[in-house]
Design a protein around this ligand. Structure first.
Ligand code: NAD
Ligand code: UD1
Length: 336
């Protein structure tokens, strides 16, 4: 039995589908701070495999201990946390509370319960300004915002824990830019308020919820001047977690990039989305967004080696097509 914290969220819900498809039993723990119960109903609709849901907070150690014990959990996939860079700059204490204290309580509950296998959602944001590209896992870690620092602190806590007790098995996965949706169009990303990230914003323009996209900067040192990122299909990412679970059969602590190794510019993404949706995406060129970098993409060979040959296979056209299917079938997300 696997405990999935934050399993109702964007990446969590897709991972639940892949875990259930792979025949795993799961219990989801989520406080629904940034998600809807509907996503879990849809996970059931896609997988047709029942699973348990606990409404609870990762900062509540008693609930965690009870859940681990009652369900006989042997591993945890830990997605729960807050993820907005902007919000973390304005409310850093909320981010340290949720992401750092929450992860600490979870680890404590696992230790008390004798559960010593964990996969942790980290982010490429832990690398900070690139000293070289592609980012390898050995690139210096220097996050430039509170959100990124919460991820780095948890990573360090996990490395210290593994060093102190070598019977733990810990996989730290550093995601690049997850986009897209399950091919059914039933689950996908459903951000609250005005999206900060590119794809949700572009999709909302295409579906008529927003008028125009702002492109933050066209004077970067990239082929067309707009920012380049390593977009990865969320289903590829989810399948990476199933592969990582297998790697937890060995003890120790590993950190892996989950990306495609390829970069696409903002203009390339806009073009691919226009083709996938058949809708025009009007845009305005704006000054650079503070904190942004020109380019960001992953070295992927270590992940492929550790994860038994796993690699991301879906291209940017498929990502946009699947993202559009979700957005067009659910113009207002899970709100209906
Ligand atoms: P999400 O917000 O959709 O999902 C997070 C889930 O955790 C939500 O369902 C939320 O309700 C739940 N949650 C938050 N705080 C909680 C708490 N204290 N107790 C219980 N549940 C709680 O985000 P996502 O995009 O699915 O991201 C999942 C993880 O991956 C996060 O840790 C995020 O930081 C990390 N990550 C995301 C991205 C990305 O671009 N989406 C990139 C890198 C890393
Ligand atoms: C952002 C976060 C990063 C986080 C990641 C995934 C910042 C500074 N970084 O990364 O820490 O891990 O999301 O959640 O917030 N863009 C536009 N117009 C828009 C939105 C984005 O032009 O309306 C551009 C950006 O300038 C960038 C690219 O699109 O070049 C991708 O942006 P985004 O989706 O926000 O991801 P990151 O900036 O990579």
């Amino acid at each position: 039995m696997i405990l999935v914290t934050g399993g109702a969220g964007y990446i969590g819900s897709h991972t639940c589908v892949e875990l259930l498809n792979a025949g795993k039993e799961i219990v989801v723990l989520d406080n629904f701070a940034n998600s809807s119960r509907k996503s879990l109903e849809r996970v059931l609709q896609i997988s047709r495999k029942p699973f348990a849901v606990v409404e609870g907070d990762i900062r509540d150690q008693a609930v965690l201990e009870k859940t681990l014990k009652d369900f006989g959990c042997t591993a945890v996939i830990h997605f729960a946390g807050l993820k907005s860079v902007l919000e973390s700059v304005n409310s850093p204490l909320d981010y340290y509370d949720n992401n750092v204290i929450g992860s600490h309580r979870l680890l404590r509950a696992m230790q008390t319960s004798g559960v010593k296998r964990m996969i942790f959602s980290s982010s490429a944001t832990v690398y900070g300004d690139p000293k070289f590209l592609p980012y390898t896992e050995d690139h210096p870690l220097n996050p430039v915002n509170p959100y990124g620092r919460t991820k780095l602190i948890v990573e360090e806590m996990l490395r210290d824990l593994s060093a102190s007790d070598p019977t733990w098995s810990i996989g730290i996965l550093r995601y690049f830019n997850p986009i897209g949706a399950h091919e059914s169009g039933l689950i996908g990303e459903d951000p609250k308020g005005v999206p900060n990230n590119l794809l949700p914003f572009v999709a909302q323009v295409a579906v008529g919820r927003r008028e125009r996209l702002n492109i933050w900067g066209n004077d970067y040192d990239t082929a067309d001047g707009t920012g380049v990122r390593d977009y990865i299909h969320v289903v590829d990412l989810a399948q990476g977690h199933v592969a990582a679970l297998k790697s937890l059969e060995q003890t120790g602590c590993f950190a892996l990039n989950l990306g495609t190794g390829r970069g696409n510019s903002v203009l390339e993404v806009v073009k691919a989305f226009e083709q996938a949706s058949g809708k025009p995406i009007p845009y305005d060129m704006r000054p650079r967004r503070s904190g942004d970098i020109a380019s960001c993409y992953a070295a992927t060979d270590r992940a492929t080696r550790y994860l038994g040959g796993w690699r991301a296979t879906r291209d940017i056209e498929t990502m946009c097509r699947d993202h559009w299917r979700w957005q067009s079938q659910n113009p207002n997300g899970y709100a209906g």
